[in-house]
Design a protein around this ligand. Structure first.
Ligand SMILES: Cc1cc2nc3c(=O)[nH]c(=O)nc-3n(C[C@H](O)[C@H](O)[C@H](O)COP(=O)(O)O)c2cc1C
Length: 182
């Protein structure tokens, strides 16, 4: 028997990322789990309007998406516990500035630098529609062909809201569109 548990929002788990942007010429970092895929080369990053990082994202029209794995989860988690409105987070990571002007975390194994194409306001949130300009990956997380991440080697940390927990990514089940044939 199914139980109606109300209008609970259960569209999780989602990958968790650290967004990077420059504010007043210095990098700042914010932990974000509410991200989306509105088209094949665009992403959506949902940031509460009150966050410190938003001003930099809007002024520079650029941000980085640093995908979190377990190797730096404590440092990533810290970026969700403190606001740049209260403390300077610029020294949290060593970083490299990409062609978009967005700072990217050196220790992150999979990073996209993006330009901001549009902003949709929904309630207390600014939803940044971003286009991926460059994707940087550690060579040791790539497939043998060397042109895409191997998610048996790279394990993004996932987030779920109701339990407010982080989860591990699982194993490969098989190729998409191969199951229908079985
Ligand atoms: C697990 C986790 C996920 C979060 N996801 C989001 C999110 O998707 N969008 C958002 O606006 N804030 C999110 N936050 C909250 C911000 O990371 C947090 O308020 C941060 O301190 C804001 O930093 P800033 O003011 O320096 O930008 C999340 C926090 C945690 C711990």
């Amino acid at each position: 028997m199914k139980k109606n548990i109300g209008n609970k929002f259960v569209l999780y788990p989602t990958p968790v990322i650290v967004v990077g942007a420059m504010v007043d010429g210095k990098p700042t970092w914010t932990l974000v789990a509410h991200i989306g895929i509105p088209s094949h080369d665009m992403a959506m990053v949902s940031l509460a309007k009150a966050h410190y990082i938003n001003r930099g994202v809007k002024e520079n029209k650029a941000l980085s998406i640093n995908i979190v794995d377990e190797s730096w989860l404590p440092e990533a988690d810290a970026m969700g516990c403190i606001s740049g409105n209260k403390a300077d987070k610029s020294a949290a990571f060593s970083y490299t500035v990409g062609e978009t002007g967005a700072p990217m975390i050196d220790r992150c194994k999979l990073t996209m630098e993006c330009t901001v194409e549009d902003i949709y306001e929904v309630g207390a949130f600014e939803n940044f529609m971003v286009k991926v300009k460059n994707t940087f990956a550690d060579e040791d997380i790539l497939t043998e062909s060397g042109d895409k991440p191997d998610f048996d080697k790279f394990k993004p940390v996932l987030f779920e809201m109701l339990g407010y927990t982080y989860l591990k990514t699982g194993e490969t089940l098989g190729k998409c569109m191969s199951f229908a044939k079985k």
